[in-house]
Ligand binder design. Structure first.
Ligand SMILES: O=C(CO)[C@H](O)[C@H](O)COP(=O)(O)O
Ligand SMILES: [Fe+2]
Length: 217
């Protein structure tokens, strides 16, 4: 049985009126608010950081799902917890001491999640999956919204679902990048629990209706 959750990504929000876009998400059936933090080092783009997350947390009525695309995430775990993050995702590719990083996130009181780039096989998580609350699979190369979905992700979701069923059934699978109603339905059917969607939702004529429609797929 799969949980069908939706997390709008505010990377595609209008930053000149971010508060209004957060209120829009508050009024929808969204489950989380996905916040993409990019450092210009791990990924070739810079988005926003801790001061923006603090302000989002002041008005958000949904848990904050914070996706760190930064090197040395261990240095900022406490700061993101204080800023209001509920779920903290680090990239496998940035964490040489992943068990320590995951333990620190949980000790700080947040849910711990690990993200894999499109080329990183899910089997690398075999010895950490039992400690995770969520795994985030990137279905585009991280750094930008509005990219095309990489179809190999379906196979990764199915394989990860088997690993999770065997080792940690309560761990969620989240997928991020190029998610629309078509890829979203396929992902839910493959076993994804949480979908992140940015440009598709914010470009919709009625973003609240688009968010709510994901819950009915
Ligand atoms: O992490 C991300 C990019 O690195 C974003 O969450 C993701 O790209 C969402 O945007 P879109 O739905 O437009 O692909
Ligand atoms: Fe993201």
């Amino acid at each position: 049985m799969t949980t069908r959750l939706i997390a709008p990504s505010i990377l595609s929000a209008d930053f000149s009126r971010l508060g209004e876009d957060i209120e829009m998400i508050n009024q929808s059936h969204a489950d989380y608010i996905h916040c993409d933090v990019m450092d210009g080092v791990f990924v070739p783009n810079i988005s926003f950081g801790i001061p923006v997350i603090e302000k989002v947390a002041e008005i958000a009525k949904k848990p904050l799902d914070v996706h760190l695309m930064i090197v040395n995430p261990d240095n900022y775990i406490s700061a993101f917890q204080k800023a209001g993050a509920d779920i903290l995702t680090v990239h496998y590719e940035t964490c040489p001491h992943l068990h320590r990083t995951v333990s620190s996130i949980k000790e700080a009181g947040m849910k711990a999640s690990v993200c894999l780039n499109p080329h990183t096989p899910v089997t690398v998580l075999d010895d950490i999956i039992g400690d995770l609350d969520m795994v985030l699979l990137m279905s585009v190369n991280p750094g930008f919204g509005g990219q095309s979905f990489i179809k190999n992700t379906y196979k990764k979701v199915r394989l990860l679902k088997e690993m999770i069923a065997a080792k940690n059934p309560s761990c969620l699978i989240e997928v991020d990048g190029g998610v629309n109603f078509e890829t979203g339905l396929n992902l839910y059917d493959a076993g994804a629990d949480v979908l992140v969607s940015g440009s598709f939702i914010f470009k919709a004529d009625d973003p609240i209706a688009a968010i709510n429609h994901f819950k009915t797929l």
